[in-house]
Each structure stands twice: as structure tokens, then as C-alpha cells.
Design a protein around this ligand. Sequence first.
Ligand code: NCD
Length: 325
Amino acid sequence: MPDTAVRPHIRHILSADQFEPDFIKLLFERADYMRRNVEHEQRHNRIGSTLAGHILYRLFFKESTRTYESFGFAATHLGMAVLGTQDVQNTSIAKGESLEDTIKTINCYLPSVIVMRSAQAGDVARAAAVSKVPIINAGDGSGEHPTQALLDLYTIREEIGRMENIHFVMGVDPYHSRVIRSLALIAAKYSGNRFTFVSPKEFRLQDDVKQALTKAGASFSETDDVAGALKQADIVCWNRFQLERHTPAQQKFIKENPNVIEEYSIGAKEVALLPKNARIIDPLPRVREIKTEVDDDPRAAYIRQMYYGMIVRMALIEWTLGHLG
Ligand code: NCD
């Protein structure tokens, strides 16, 4: 069972590393059940009631479309009440209130679970340290995005029917992409998975994840050869340059190499290099890293991935509230 560093009796979701394959198997079986349920209810113009009487609160200090909305819809399909804010400028944090005081405040209003996105890595763990209710990390700076990693893995299972013996090709900003970081951490727990990280050398994966991969016995390499990597991919996980988090040196690099975004973009020409059964996933938003001409290729899974995201989040919300295992 997942273990947490803070308030271990509460089921927080802080890092992809807290989840093991045995648990993920159960979680995905529950997600399959949720999916059948939600589709059944929808056919009858109804929403579910599994978690009626519970409240989900979303505290988002940074921009989001999919994560914010899919948690809201997931909770609604479970019959929960949904509240939240997506704008730190309109909270007392803008007046100088601490994150800890904000969390203690929200706790007083009796939510069942808090979903939080922060600007800084580690902020969600700080929140969890003072919260009496479960906190779900919905992305903390360049830290992690564990629920995205789980929905990525569920997408992979749906699309190619396995979660092991996969060659992952991941780009284009492994340094800052919390999605790449969390997915690598979780996928490394399955046997035979190997990783090729594709990026300019200025954006290579940071040492913490490299160490975790080495510890897990997963083999990985780094390259700036997009075409060479795509030719051997089973799963391509492509995520935009995280411009808002670049260091001054990285900003300078992008400015001095204006073609780099295009050079790392996947279009029809690149897709033609992929093996027939490969799949492309992308957490989105799309900011030129994949061209729209790719969308209708059966290997493009990033639209279906958003639906799976809501389903997996339904199962995860339920787990934080004490259900499932
Ligand atoms: C990702 C994120 O916020 O890290 N998006 C998401 O959650 N769907 C990826 C990104 O912003 O590039």
C-alpha cells in the first residue's frame, strides 16, 4: 500500500513513487468499473451517487484546464459537491497569508478531500503536513504530477494492452516536465520498461529521477535525435517546453535557437517513422509540440487520454476517502 511521509494515516497522493503495481492493478480494475458505471448513468441522463454527501475542494495556484476540470467532473459523476478556486490573486495568499494557514482555513469548512496545484515543488507536501483531510497533488512546479502518471499508465494499458516491456520515448523538456518525471518513476516499477529521453542537452532529466530509475534497475538513455528515437518507440510521451519554469540559461537558449520548438515538434513526417502499433500520449496543453495533422492518426491517443483521465481520477478520489484496499 502507498506510504506517505506526512500524516501517514491519511491517504494523500503526493508522489508517483508511492504507488506499486499491485495497488495500480486494483485501482485500474476499479477505474474500469467506474467507466462502465459512468457510461451507464449517462445513457440514462443521470449522475452517480457513490460519494454523495462528500465535498471535493480544488485549490489551484497555477493555470489548468484538464486537471482542474476533470477532477471537477470526476467528483460530479460520483455525486460529490465540488468547490474551489483557480486564482491565487483572489485569495488571502495575495495579502501575505501562508499556505499552511490557507489549508487550515479550508479544513475548517469540512471538505472530504483537497486537490491542489502549486507553483513550487514541495508545496503540496507542505499542505499535506497540516491538513486533516487527504490532499491530492495536481502538479507542484517542476516536482510531480502523480495522478497524471496514473492516467497515462491507464491509457497505455487501454491502448497497447500491457504496462511492461515498453520502450518509452519521452520529450521535449524532461528537466521541467513533472509529467515525464512522474510517469518515468511509476513506469520504472514494471519489468522490461526502458526509457529514451529526447531533448536539447540544456533540458535533460534531473538527477533525482535518474537516480530513482537506476535504483529501480530501469535502463535509460538521452538523445537529441528525435527521428532516431521515434523509430524504436512503443509509447511516445510528448510534452511541451515548460517555458514558464525555465532558468535564465534555458530562456537564453530558446531565444538564441528560435527553431528548436519546431525541431522537436511531431508532425505527419515524424509519425511516419513510428512503428505501426506505437502510441503518442501528451498531457496537453498543446503548444506546437504536436501538429494538428497528427490528430486523426490511430496512433494519436491524446484525445482519448483525457477521457481516461477523468475515469482514473474517479477511482483515485474514492481511494483517498478510504475505499478500495
Ligand atoms: C500538464 C501539467 O500541468 O503539468 N498538463 C496537465 O496537467 N494536463 C502538462 C503541461 O502543462 O505541459
